[in-house]
Design a protein around this ligand. Sequence first.
Ligand SMILES: Nc1ncnc2c1ncn2[C@@H]1O[C@H](COP(=O)(O)OP(=O)(O)OP(=O)(O)O)[C@@H](O)[C@H]1O
Ligand SMILES: [Mg+2]
Length: 232
Amino acid sequence: MITTEALTRGYDDGARGRVRVLDGVSLQVAAGEFLAVVGRSGSGKSTLLHVLGGLDSGFTGEVTVAGTRLSGLGDRALAKFRNESVGFVFQSFHLIQGLSALENVALPAAFAANDADEARAKEALARVGLGEKTERLPSQLSGGERQRVAIARSLFNKPRVLLCDEPTGNLDLQTADEVIGLFKSLNQDGLTIIAVTHEDRLRAAASRVLMLNDGRLAPHPDPLPRGGEGDR
Ligand SMILES: Nc1ncnc2c1ncn2[C@@H]1O[C@H](COP(=O)(O)OP(=O)(O)OP(=O)(O)O)[C@@H](O)[C@H]1O
Ligand SMILES: [Mg+2]
């Protein structure tokens, strides 16, 4: 589903010159995987997600996501790719305050312009357990519910891959668990998920964990024990 080869992304950093945030990243993600990526702040996790999601074209190397080769694509082709193939979930939800849950979810189709879009938005909200709250404004929803609206929005165009940047970073533990359970369930339905995270609980939910360090991805050196806690 995802392949990168020699993926390199650098930025000009004043006196330090060109700094390579990603430095020859090779990554293969199969369809149906749930991959967690960890790494210290500034290690390039968001940068990697932006490249994979077609939000950043300033990289070199080969990147193919859901059958689209991103290397060298122009802005319009990248926008089409983003719209059709990937969904994004962010730490801070990125909902529009003046719009209802339903309108936020249908945003990719410009505010549920027709009945089919509205039905699809309702279906996405039902999938995340918010079928009864479609008319609520973000201010009338809890943090976990807001993130579930954002997840429903990311599902609206039926993406092949979900890219999540610290999706539980603004949630308390119990709410985070609900959102993690939702990711697991979506993954069991066949959605490929990549989640950047600092959280052990999200890491434990993933089928594979990689660590980004010095611009490279490597297997995580300290896998969490699965099932049971404290029994050793
Ligand atoms: N547009 C940019 N211009 C210059 N430098 C940038 C730009 N975007 C990111 N960087 C630098 O690239 C490095 C990696 O940033 P990135 O946001 O990918 O880190 P991160 O691993 O997501 O960190 P965090 O865990 O804090 O979110 C940082 O040093 C950052 O300052
Ligand atoms: Mg980040």
